[in-house]
Design a protein around this ligand. Structure first.
Ligand SMILES: NC(=O)CC[C@H](N)C(=O)O
Length: 308
């Protein structure tokens, strides 16, 4: 299979649709991003990397970071985390507050904002916010084997100034005792993790352990157990695209996690880790062209967890 030819052709086919969708303008800093950008990076489990388009341009990974935070929290607190956050698809928007009241401050899953905020609270345990942010950055640099990855302070500041809904979610959960630290501290960690700035190439490399039973096939280091990798993939498949998760599974058939920066990390277990980026979002807040590109890639490679 000629992966380079496949992604070259996908980029060419989608060229005329560049700019489709709407950038996430509720975060002022993200509203400035040129919507015509588009990139794909595929890192295979045997260590080859294929890229096309703007795969070397850093972008705000936003909620894709929730996969790495969940991995960290599971490492720290183990399966005990599931007492404070669920594992079911939400069927609601990523920043929805309605379910939280019915479900007594326990978010549906770790990938909606409320769930990710609880996960931040877990990672914060025993740390000052700065140390927790440092831990996240170190972890992602380690996974991507790239010390140049940074957090975009302007994006973190922009969200701190305008993240009213996230403050509402956090305060609400605090009232149910499902946050154990200061709301400002927890959100400080949350906004900085969302502001991680990475290229498609770095992101696909960072996700590779999930395609390889939890061990980095390039360095040989174990990141998580095979069972844990399988479970994180299961959550990405069922919850990684919010109320678009069913649609993504139907069209792409791979575990995936999206972010409002327009990035998507998709995992083809046993095959490859794929990052796509295009800032224009569809109605549910997932990259419009990124989703289309992944559907084409999954179709042409036969990479689907539901059979070729
Ligand atoms: N879906 C997303 O990427 C949302 C993340 C964003 N930082 C927010 O909290 O709204």
């Amino acid at each position: 299979m000629d992966l380079q030819a496949i992604i070259d052709d996908i980029a060419l086919t989608l060229a005329e649709r560049r700019g489709e969708g709407k950038v996430a303008d509720y975060i002022p800093e993200l509203a400035k991003v040129d919507p015509h950008q588009f990139g794909i990076a595929v890192t295979t489990v045997d260590g080859q990397v294929f890229t096309v388009g703007d795969a070397a341009t850093p972008f705000s990974i936003q909620s894709v970071s929730k996969v790495f935070m969940l991995t960290l929290a599971l490492g720290k607190a183990g399966e005990g985390i599931w007492k404070r956050v669920g594992r079911e698809p939400s069927g609601t928007a990523f920043n929805s507050i309605v379910q939280l009241e019915h479900e007594h401050g326990i978010p549906r899953n770790p990938f909606v904002n409320a769930g990710a905020i609880v996960v931040c609270d877990m990672v914060l345990a025993g740390h000052k916010p700065k140390e927790a942010i440092g831990e996240v950055l170190r972890f992602v640099r380690y996974l991507a084997d790239d010390e140049t990855i940074t957090i975009d302070r302007a994006v973190a500041k922009s969200e701190t100034e305008t993240g009213f809904r996230n403050y509402a979610l956090a305060n609400f959960m605090r009232s149910f005792d499902n946050l154990h630290h200061d709301v400002d501290h927890v959100l400080g960690v949350y906004f900085h993790q969302c502001a991680l700035s990475m290229t498609c190439r770095q992101l696909s490399r960072a996700g590779l352990f999930l395609a390889a039973q939890g061990a980095d096939p390039i360095s040989g280091y174990s990141v998580v157990s095979p069972k844990r990798a399988r479970r994180i993939n299961a959550l990405m498949l069922t919850c990684g695209h919010y109320d678009g998760s069913g649609d993504f599974a139907y069209h792409v058939g791979l575990p995936g996690k999206s972010g409002v920066g327009g990035g998507i990390l998709a995992i083809a277990p046993g095959k490859a880790s794929i990052a796509v980026w295009s800032p224009g979002l569809n109605k549910v807040g997932n990259s419009a062209l990124g989703s289309a590109a992944l559907e084409m890639l999954a179709t042409r490679t036969g990479w689907s967890v539901f059979g070729a």
